[in-house]
Design a binder for this molecule. Sequence first.
Ligand code: 5RP
Length: 220
Amino acid sequence: MNLKKIAAERAAEYIKDGMKVGLGTGSTAYFAICRLGERVRDGLQIQAVATSEASDKLAREWGIPIIPFDQIGRLDITIDGADEVDPDFNLIKGGGGALLREKIVAANSDKLIIVADGSKAVQQLGQFPLPVEVVPFASEWTFQALENLGCRPKWRMNGDERYLTDNGNLIADCQMEAIENAAELNVKLNMLPGVVDNGLFVDMADTVILAKDDGSIDER
Ligand code: 5RP
């Protein structure tokens, strides 16, 4: 049983003719894009914007019309995955490195639907290392600033090289253990001059669809 697929395909049912849709990134969002691709093949009419080069490519392969962000206007629904979801629907995202475009697209959406398997539900955010997107300029200075803030950052690597996002930036994965106040940390991180954005999505998700181990869906 593929729990990610179950959750993602349930979310795809929300999409109706004429909608403008944000396409998330990652192995769960993948199934939503594929399901929407099938529905487009069967006649569903949508326009979409992708949150990563990978999702853009996948959507185009399925024949989903992709529109540049600046031309699409307000989105009706975005479907995306998450690395952690707390009881207030605050999220950690960015495990796939797409947090910046994901946050921009989510902020421009009337409704953000998060899809995941049940293992992503947590009582408190912070076990999953929080991704922070950092500009390459003065990156060691920014790294130090993250340490000073009490984060334990580690550069994300791609083999021997530092991982680069679709925006040409670095990712510092910050081990936090427990995030007591996500809203406050979100602001503090984004106040650091070299930080572009971070993977805390506070008060952004509208609906969370979790597929549980037995295949049933917890949808709130
Ligand atoms: C990518 C993300 C993903 O949505 C998140 O990492 C979850 O990924 P997956 O569905 O593969 O578990 O935020 O930047």
